[in-house]
Design a protein around this ligand. Structure first.
Ligand code: URA
Length: 210
């Protein structure tokens, strides 16, 4: 399914962004990734190569992943929109709606990741509309049964170095967050019923009085 979606992005003309693209950037990563990272949209380098986060913010993202003990091949990396907006402008609401309904939603359904890390406000707003990233970054929230961890966009640290330690701290907490979800989602151990009735068990009629 992920492969089919990726192929469909290469010929997609559902919004105007296709006009300026060199390559669509569907996203990449193992189909059993537990963590999915969602950025905003391809930039210059991503458009050239057809791969997500391969420019300067990708280099910083790899450093951040290393702080969490991860490599990029451990996670699925995608974007809100799959084609580069002209001059890296913000994606427009109709571009976001079309692209997420057609591709991102299906990618999430196919991957079913344990944790989604949103990178930047456009990605965060898909799951947590009305929130401010500066206020909630690093705080996991459950949305429709899935853990969403909103984080700043790596480019925010390249433009404003004071954001660097915030992103580093948020990524360092990722292994503990993942371990917690895995623990919560592990099947409960099956209780072994006592072989014989214990003497302290109250008779059934007595229980029914309460
Ligand atoms: N920024 C993004 O949001 N996504 C990319 O793939 C690259 C840079």
């Amino acid at each position: 399914m992920l492969q089919l979606l990726a192929e469909a992005t290469t010929t997609c003309r559902l919004c105007g962004l296709h006009r300026g693209r060199t390559h669509a950037v569907p996203g990449e990563g193992p189909p059993d990734a537990k963590i999915m990272l969602i950025g905003e949209g391809p930039g210059f380098h991503e458009d050239r190569q057809g791969r997500p986060f391969v420019g300067p913010s990708g280099q910083f993202l790899e450093e951040l992943l290393a702080l969490a003990g991860l490599q990029r091949s451990d996670v699925f990396i995608g974007n809100v929109v799959k084609c580069r907006p002209p001059q890296n402008r913000d994606p427009l609401p109709d571009e976001i709606a079309t692209c997420t309904q057609t591709y991102l939603d299906q990618q999430i359904a196919a991957l079913n990741p344990l944790v989604i890390v949103t990178l930047g406000r456009f990605s965060m707003t898909l799951f947590l509309p009305g929130e401010k990233i500066s206020r909630i970054h690093g705080q996991p929230r459950t949305v429709e049964g899935r853990l969403i961890v909103p984080m700043l966009h790596p480019a925010a640290a390249l433009h404003q170095p004071q954001n660097r330690p915030l992103l580093q701290a948020d990524f360092q907490r990722l292994p503990a967050i993942l371990a917690q979800v895995e623990h919560e989602q592990a099947p409960a151990p099956v209780a072994t019923p006592p072989a014989t009735k214990r003497p302290e068990d109250p008779p059934l009629q007595q229980l029914s009085l309460f």
